[in-house]
Design a protein around this ligand. Structure first.
Ligand code: URA
Length: 213
């Protein structure tokens, strides 16, 4: 099945397009476009982040690549066998994901890292298509509350039935299993809300689930 992707010059969210255009005028060498999903559609795990970081995915063109959140995410994926190779903060580092795929609830960088509710809903057909286009998908990891809500929304799940919680596991009506983690942002690790071990534990749970433990 073909996966629906936003156009490179997508204008569905005027505020995000204006922000992208302003960044492109200042930094024409940056990616400055909706950031495509990374990894094979055959993966069983889809990781859903918030939105590209200004000097991370919006610069490099690959989710979580080039900023602090990516340092923690990719180190954890490498340590738990969900990635192989070397992560070098650029989209050309040759890093390969293993049985997982990474996308964002919102594909364009938002001002102050905060997409609005309408922007998240406008971008949701792309997330829905991403999930539908993965024939072997069994699990989704939502990084943070916004991703959690966006996933439930696109799957038509009852939001009140699945409360966000770090290391929570939700058996969804759709048959998929959703895992939650606090977002791996610098803010969350600096404040002690998320430690490296807490993040590793989430991936250990997912590994256990995928191997049938
Ligand atoms: N980079 C991304 O691509 N997504 C996030 O949620 C954070 C940083």
């Amino acid at each position: 099945m073909d996966i629906l992707n936003p156009a490179t010059d997508c204008g569905l969210c005027p505020r995000l397009k204006d922000f992208r255009d302003a960044n492109a005028a200042k930094h024409p060498e940056w990616f400055n476009a909706p950031v495509p999903t990374f990894g094979s559609v055959d993966a069983r795990l889809l990781i859903v982040g918030l939105a590209p970081g200004l000097k991370g995915a919006n610069l490099t063109g690959r989710p979580f690549t080039g900023d602090y959140a990516g340092d923690l995410l990719y180190a954890t994926l490498l340590g738990s066998g969900f990635a192989k190779g070397t992560y070098a903060k650029v989209a050309t580092d040759g890093l390969e994901l293993v049985d997982c795929r990474i996308t964002n609830a919102v594909r364009c960088v938002p001002p102050q890292n905060k997409p609005t509710g309408p922007e998240t809903r406008t971008c949701s057909p792309f997330l829905a298509s991403e999930i539908e286009g993965m024939p072997n998908i069994r699990a989704i990891l939502a990084l943070g509350g916004l991703a959690h809500g966006a996933v439930l929304g696109v799957l038509g799940e009852r939001k009140a039935a699945y409360k966000f919680g770090h290391q929570a596991r939700h058996q969804l009506d759709s048959g998929l299993t959703m895992f939650d983690s606090y977002h791996c942002s610098r803010y969350n690790t600096n404040t002690g809300k998320l430690t490296e071990q807490m993040f590793i534990n989430v991936f250990n749970d997912i590994r256990g689930f995928l191997t049938g433990n």
